[in-house]
Design a protein around this ligand. Sequence first.
Ligand code: SF4
Length: 328
Amino acid sequence: MSPAPLLEVNGLVKHFLIRGGLLGGITGRVRAVDDLSFTLARGETLALVGESGSGKSTVGRTILGLTPLSSGEIWLDGTRIDQLSRGRMRQLRQRMQIVFQDPFSSLNPRLSVRACLAEPLTNFGLARGTAARDARIFELLDQVQLPRAALDRRPHEFSGGQRQRIAIARALAPHPDLIICDEAVSALDVSVKAQIINLLVDLQKELGLALLFISHDLAIVEHLTHRVAVMYLGKIVEIGPRDEVFSRPRHPYTEALLSAVPQPDPAAKRRRIVLAGDIPSPRNPPAGCRFHTRCPYAFDRCRSEVPELRGGTDHRFACHLDAFPRRA
Ligand code: SF4
């Protein structure tokens, strides 16, 4: 029997209401996330991928309680967390941390690295006394491979990669079980990106962390993740083990995303599939399969009937087709 998941998301819905008119009534809703379910085990990485506008960052923010959900359930280690009071949720945040794309959004530019790392230790009542606090700060610097000389410098004095290491150290400070990485390496140069990914892989092995790795780029997650969930317009359209999703995608959207992933072996080169148009507005998603306006294989049924997630217990996809013409 597989162990109980650390994180369980059931039927998550997040709609943002749009108000307008003279009386400020509800004039519409943005369906950012619609009926989304997945689990994440301790020590596991799940990559949540999709284009900008797919709703993946909203999923991360909703799990952390930074934005309330519209319906559904979120469980952490057997405790339902989506209905907790603000105070209880604040305590629980010790176990769930986030690393953003832009470290400046989480690092106070006026604080030294020492103060940045001391803050969560103080907030959560960890490391009492200066000696214990400094020992923990040294440990965090070692874990993210930054020199101790960095301690009295401020975030703007570091390169982008070093700043992201500081943000990771800050996320690690309260000994979390889960870290949500929201486009955490997207803004970095290729070589720095690889270094940060390797660091995250090493930290995960060492600390047994669960990582929810949110990215618009499938190429980034290939060497980092255990499973992949592909999102399109607020829904998971495919979820499964990394190797299966990468070698045998079951959804045309995944196939299109994968066609853009560079192949080290020129002989194995995939033909690039360029999707027509942009992702539709989540304010007015297409009926039936939400991908039908861009899908090269769409047929009549796709325009009226919503495809449910189906397949095996591990690898599931939401498409009416059992197979589609592969273009590789
Ligand atoms: Fe394409 Fe139809 Fe499958 Fe949707 S259900 S992905 S439109 S073939």
